[in-house]
Design a binder for this molecule. Structure first.
Ligand code: SAM
Length: 315
């Protein structure tokens, strides 16, 4: 490599580090500013409850009881209570200081003061506060929505794999590539239509980057085939892939109008669970959940009831 090439390579690296830091700052700012909404998002209505309940079912199905679980990007601690009450030992870290504060307050208010002490502020790409193999499992239900650069996504994955014991489980959530188009159409507001008007759809499909200042924040839309390759490179074996909402994805308005009783909701949740692994549901999901086992597993194959048929290329 010539000196000129080396120095321009260094310059490019510095620019990329600078833009990665600026992106992280924007994401932190966004989640600090929206804490009031985030703190009750998954309790808001029956549609949001589906995401919560399907995520909990997935964790319970794949993670052994009593496991110590690190919720990376755990936000305001929505899953702390159900995990603790379900017999798990939950820990949490998040980029946003407001979310960390609310997660601690929430755990304390629920009488889970030992859990509150296990809530820390951390970037998923630098989990240096945690020792190698210190958790049985991890959740990453948020950071992969936002890490724009492939290097950052790989670094976060490698950090999460590092802190989980060999043979442990990681439950990841990603947004499929067409997510913003469906989301903006479903919003049906002048603001959302304004974004659709100016969005470069081809660039979104090609790169997965959605960086619309003023609407959400820096977002990465996953190509599931690429993500699976990244997971393989990190020596993670995919054991389950599903849509958190299945056939109800983006149908929040009619769903909430119909599912007005616990009985109706329970029926819906069971059908969502039964159909969530169909490739067509995964491709059109609002949130895709991917469960992996880290290398060194002694457990063979997915647990009973779990199937992985999510091989569709999500574009
Ligand atoms: C959509 S919220 C999801 C919160 C929670 N996991 C849930 O499922 O309700 C995304 C969360 O990821 C966090 N986050 C985004 N990028 C992160 C990063 N690089 N490291 C750690 N947390 C991050 C945000 O601060 C935010 O709390």
């Amino acid at each position: 490599m010539t000196h000129k090439a080396r120095s321009s390579g260094k310059g490019a690296r510095e620019r990329s580090l600078g833009s990665a830091a600026a992106s992280i700052a924007r994401i932190r700012h966004y989640y600090n500013a929206t804490i009031a909404h985030e703190a009750q998002r998954l309790e808001e209505n029956a549609y949001r409850r589906l995401e919560h309940d399907m995520t909990m079912r997935t964790i319970v199905r794949h993670v052994p009881g009593g496991a110590r679980i690190l919720d990376v990007g755990g936000g305001p601690g929505t899953y702390l209570e159900p995990l603790a009450r379900g017999g798990f030992d939950p820990w949490l870290c998040d980029l946003s200081d407001a979310n960390v504060r609310v997660a601690r307050e929430r755990a304390t208010a629920l009488g889970l003061s030992d859990v509150a002490q296990r809530v820390r502020q951390s970037d998923a790409t630098t989990l240096t506060q945690y020792a190698r193999a210190s958790f049985d499992a991890a959740l990453a239900l948020g950071p992969f929505y936002h890490l724009l650069e492939d290097t950052a996504r790989r670094r976060a994955l490698s950090e999460i794999v590092r802190v989980v014991k060999p043979g442990g489980t990681i439950v990841l959530a990603v947004l499929p590539r067409l997510h913003p188009l469906r989301y903006l159409l479903r919003e049906a507001t002048a603001e959302a239509f304004g974004v659709l008007d100016v969005l470069d759809w081809d660039a979104l499909l090609a790169t997965g980057r959605f960086e619309h200042v003023g609407f959400f924040t820096d977002t990465y839309l996953t190509d599931l085939a690429e993500f699976r390759a990244t997971l393989r490179r990190a020596r993670c074996r995919v054991v389950d892939t599903l849509s958190a909402e299945s056939f109800c994805a983006f149908m929040d308005v009619p769903l909430c109008e119909w599912a007005t009783s616990d009985e109706k909701y329970a029926k819906l949740l069971d059908l969502v669970d039964k159909t969530a692994r169909c490739p067509e549901q995964i491709a059109s999901a609002e949130h895709v959940l991917v469960v992996v086992r880290t290398h060194g597993s002694r457990r063979r194959g997915p647990p009973r009831g779990a199937r992985d048929v999510g091989t569709a290329r999500v574009r």
